[in-house]
Ligand binder design. Sequence first.
Ligand code: ADP
Ligand code: G3P
Length: 496
Amino acid sequence: MDKYILAIDQGTTSTRAIIFDQESNLIAIAQKELTMLYPHPGWVEQSANELWASVVSVISEVLAKANLKAGNIAAIGITNQRETTILWEKQSGLPIDHAIVWQSKQSDHYVQKLKEQGLEGWIQKKSGLRLDPYFSASKIRFLLDKHHLQKEAEEGKILFGTVDSFLVWKLTGGKCHISDVSNASRTMLMNLETLDYDDELLELWQIPRAMLPKICDTSAVYGYSDPSLFGEPIAIGAVAGDQQAALFGQTCFEKGMIKNTYGTGCFLLMNTKEQIIHSQNGLISSVGWKIKEEVDYVLEGSVFVAGAAVQWLRDGLKIIDDAAQSEVKATSIKSSEGVYVVPAFSGLGAPYWKPQVKGAIFGMNRGTKQAHLIRATLEALAYQTYDVVAAMQRDSGISLERLQVDGGASRNRFLMQFQSDILNCVVERSFISETTALGAAYLAGLAVGYWKDKEAIRANFKVGASYVPQMSEEERKESLAGWEKAIRSAMYFESC
Ligand SMILES: Nc1ncnc2c1ncn2[C@@H]1O[C@H](COP(=O)(O)OP(=O)(O)O)[C@@H](O)[C@H]1O
Ligand SMILES: O=P(O)(O)OC[C@H](O)CO
C-alpha cells in the first residue's frame, strides 16, 4: 500500500491539512479559514473548539480529496501557531475559555509588574525570551485568575496547552498530554539549557507543574489518533512550533542559515545549532528542534503584524477584495510617494518590544490614494524584516547574503522584490510555499523512518523563485531613513 505523510498546519489565519509523498510533492491540501475575535482593543482570541473542529474537518477533507484512507498515512506531523494559550478541563476535555492568541495583550499588567521589579534580564537568561505578553506564561496566569482556578490547576484538574498540546490531547482521545521543546520554549516556563520547566520560573508565575504538558522531542511517536476519528489509528510523529517547522522545511540545518516566514506575523529565524545566543539587540532565543540527542537552537526576530496588515486592508479598510489584489494595486503606481504605514496593531515586537505602541500612517498629502496606502503597507513588511535582519547581524556577526522565504505573503512578487531591494540581498522563495507543513511532515517522517535522515530530505529542496536587488543605493538609503523616522515617531506618539 502506498504511504504518505499528513501534515496539520494550525496557523493563526487558517488550519491546513496537507498530504506529501516521499519526494516532497504536495498531493492534496484542504484549508479552513478561522474566526478572529477582538473582544476589547488589543485582545485577540479564537474559539478553541473551532480550532479543533477545523482540524478534524480538514483531515477528513484532504483524505477524501487524495482518495486515501487513514491506513495510507504513515504518520501525522502537527505544527501550530505558537504561544496561543488554551486551558481545558481534564475530565471533559472542554476548554474553559477562548484560546488567548499570541498577539493578545490582556495579560500585559502582569508583565509590567515584573518589569518594575527589574526581572527582565533574569527571565531572559533562563528562558531566552523578552518579558512580553506575547509568551504563554502571563496568558496562563490571566486565565487562572479570571476563572479562579488555581486550586484545580494544582490538583491537575485543569490542563494547559499551547495549540499543539490541545490538538494531541483531542486527537488521542485524552490519552496524551504532551508538547515538544520548540513549543515549550515559547511558554516562558522552560529553561533553555535543561529543556525542562524551570522551578524558579514556575514559582514566579505561580503556575503548577500538574497542569503542564510533558515536554518531548520534536520528532517522535507520542501516540495514535483515536480510531473513532478517521476509521483507523494514525501515528502522531511530530509536534513543532510553526516557525521552527518552517526552518526545518527550508532545510536550514546548518549554523547561520536563515529563513523568513510572511504569515499573519513575520518570523525570521537563524539556526545557531548548539549555541544559545543571548541577544543584545532585541531578539530572542528558542529551541529549533530536538531529535534524539541533537538539539538545535534558534535566534529569532518576531514581527507581530505582517499578512495581518493585508487582512486589515481587506476587512478593515475594505480597499482590496483579497490579499492577492494588494500586489495589483501596489504596482499600479510607481512609488508610495513618501507614505509610510507602521502596522503596530498588536504593539511592536522585535527588535523594539513596545506592546503599547499603536499603528500609524505618515507622509500623506491631498493626492494620496488607496494604492499608496496598499503599497506602503506591503513595504512595511519589508522594512520590519530589515530591522530584524540588522539586529540579527549585530548579534551573530553573520552577514546575510541570501534570505530564504515562505508563508502566505511571500507569494506577493512586489513585496519579495521590494524585500530584496531593501535588504540588498537575494531573496529566494522555496518551490513549495507550504514550507511550514513540509517541515512538520519531514519531522514526522523521520520518526517513522519514512525519510532515512536529513540528507534524504535535503535532496528534495528546490528553489521556486529568486529576486535580485535592483534599487539604487541612494534610493535604498532614502527609503530606510523615511521608515526609521516613521517608526520612531510612532513610538514617540505613544510615549507622550
Ligand atoms: N498575495 C498576497 N499578498 C500579500 N499578503 C498575502 C498574500 N496571500 C496571503 N497573504 C497574507 O498571508 C497571511 C496568510 O498566510 P499564512 O502563511 O497562511 O499565515 P498563517 O500561517 O499565519 O495562518 C494572511 O494574513 C494574508 O493576508
Ligand atoms: O500563524 P503564524 O504562521 O503567523 O505564526 C504565528 C507564530 O507562531 C506566533 O509566534
